[in-house]
Design a protein around this ligand. Structure first.
Ligand code: PEP
Length: 251
């Protein structure tokens, strides 16, 4: 068993109408007190649902997070959502630097770092995502790309309480492909080394999630890899049975 309490976080992406709140409830019903004592569970949903998710989550063991935030508290940024707004709606965490944000919105390390600082400013946990592309992996640069992203995206002041790191190889997101356990171990081991060197004891105990095509069928194998302290789950978090199957593997 692991010394760090695992976190299994779902990322609903641009999915979920109010009718999907039933799925959240089914997940919350399935996270029994016994499971909750062994694993933290979170759903990060679209901003339109944050408040409703948090309301549905009152008194239940499934935390609620956002999927992105702006760096500013407020102002002339049409269409954006601040970390303070997410906190006000009941979120306790927010994903920053997801590869879809990096690709679709051109977000580079510098802005990801500023978003993580914005999350902390609002009292939210920052779930900071990193991960190499297929080309970068094939050219043997996965380790250096990920350590470069950590250096650029994780602000000074990161602690095990205010930050979670998610390693999500871009080529594994939504594709059904996953790295081998050996490859995950290599990256997570390197991430631990880098974070421990920079943040001392905080780096030793910061949660390192694996993300990218996590399913009930591969969850146990990934969970058993050294320095994997949980999962960030996209597609499989949209179905209660699948998500609960993954949670069970981490408990
Ligand atoms: C994600 O986008 O964070 C993710 C891991 O997606 P999926 O599980 O669908 O690959």
């Amino acid at each position: 068993s692991k010394t760090i309490k695992p976190l299994v976080a779902g990322n609903w992406k641009m999915n979920g109408l109010r009718s999907h709140l039933d799925v959240y409830s089914a997940i919350a019903d399935g996270v029994t007190a016994n499971l909750a004592s062994k694993v933290d569970v979170m759903i990060c949903g679209p901003a339109t649902l944050t408040y409703a998710l948090a309301q549905a989550g009152k008194g239940r063991a499934v935390l609620v997070g956002g999927e992105d935030c702006h760096t500013a508290v407020g102002g002339a940024h049409t269409g954006d959502v601040s970390a303070e707004m997410l906190a006000d709606a009941g979120a306790t965490a927010v994903i920053v630097g997801h590869s879809e944000r990096r690709t679709d919105h051109g977000e580079a390390d510098e802005i990801v770092k500023a978003k993580a600082e914005a999350a902390w400013r609002a009292g939210l946990i920052a779930i900071i995502c990193v991960g190499e592309t297929e080309t970068e992996r094939k050219s043997g640069n996965a380790v250096s790309v990920v350590s470069g992203q950590l250096a650029g995206s994780v602000p000074d002041g990161a602690t095990a309480q205010n930050s979670v790191i998610a390693y999500e190889p871009v080529w594994a997101i939504g594709t059904g492909l996953t790295p081998t356990a050996v490859d995950v171990e290599e990256i997570h081991g390197e991430m631990r080394k880098v974070l421990s060197a920079r943040f001392d004891a905080e780096g030793d105990s910061m949660r390192l999630l694996y993300g990218g095509s996590v399913k009930p069928a591969n969850a146990s194998e990934l969970m058993n890899v050294a320095n994997v302290d949980g999962a960030l789950v996209g597609g499989a978090s949209l179905k209660a049975a699948d998500f609960l199957g993954i949670i069970a593997a981490y408990a």
